[in-house]
Ligand binder design. Sequence first.
Ligand SMILES: [Mg+2]
Length: 423
Amino acid sequence: MQEQPRSIGLIDCNNFYVSCERVFRPDLLTRPVIILSNNDGCAVSRSNEAKAIGVKMGVPVFKIRDLVKDHGIEVFSSNYVLYADMSNRVMSILSEYSPIQEIYSIDESFLDLTGFSDIRERARAMYERVVRDTGIPVCVGIGPSKTLAKLSNFVAKRHPKSNGVFNINLLSPGQVNSVLTNIPTEEVWGVGRKLTASLSEFGIDTVLQLRDADIASMRKKFGVVMEKTIRELRGEACIELEEMASAKKQIINSRSFGKSVGTIEDVQDALAHFVSNAAKKLRDQHSIAGMMQVFIQTDRFRTERPQYCPSVTIPLVMPTANSMTLQKWALAGLESIFRPGYLYKKAGVILSEICDASTYQGDLFASVPEDTEIMKVLDKMNARYGKGTIKLSQDGSRQSWKMRQEKKSPEYTTNWDEIPVCV
Ligand SMILES: [Mg+2]
């Protein structure tokens, strides 16, 4: 009996951040819109209208001032709280269409559709349902491997005839060839700009050429990952779906400040906030950390200013996920490296030596058990009433270091004070 080909779906939200803003600003549906990165630096999400005008991905906003003005481009700061919440809604709807889901990024999800007899209808149904229930438009690509599912999605996005859904499994071999010969190698999953250039030196410019390249010599030249890519392009599923995000071995929380700060109080405040975020992530994955690194940095682009970028590593006697303990040590670490007279632009914390909280062997000689209950209460309250409802006293209460977000939209879906109002 011939084995049925795998049917892996890749569902990708269209211009995700822009689409999130448009849900609550329908007046922007046909207007050019861009979303800026942290601190309002570069364009990281663009509406089709903005792409058509020539706004390139990642362009610094100061370079397109004229374009923004001349075309009346609507500009937003990133509103990650909104995007994360909208993402959760999309992902939870998609989870109803297959028991095997890998949430690949904030706006992309793989679904294993192998074995379903109604793949065509299922794909169409999720395409329609997500936009109906959330307002976020998506495209669905289906293929026998993750790499081909991604390429199918690329086709679904660009070809109006596909109507947002494309399944490469339904094509004849000749049709597959003509699709793949029209896609440049840089669109292949895992093939970046650098690799595209090296492949081109080998005379490989299209996906078809890459698929039909000699595996042995390609592995020799580019390594085993390239072999997997080629096999995936041939329809062999080599990369499995990862249903559970594997627990991170290192958690970093750091950010550039909106403006440089010079006092230890401001840096303390920012650092305490980053430690809270990192500790929450640690608890979310049921882990504890045994090592913490704290670092601060001056602005390396301001070369006329004195530079100072120290860090300190703090081994924790008792591994923990307790925000209070971690903050205490982080602030002590900060005190040991902080020097006045510099303007600091960035700070951060790195938690490592991470292990599973449930299997950790406690310290025989520790008299006071770590108070994890209070952290549970804190997380629960914040989940229920909104992030930051309860926090440690020294956690982001000063505003001086906050990110620059001059054009941020309201947190429509997560903050009672900012829910949309009908008038
Ligand atoms: Mg997307």
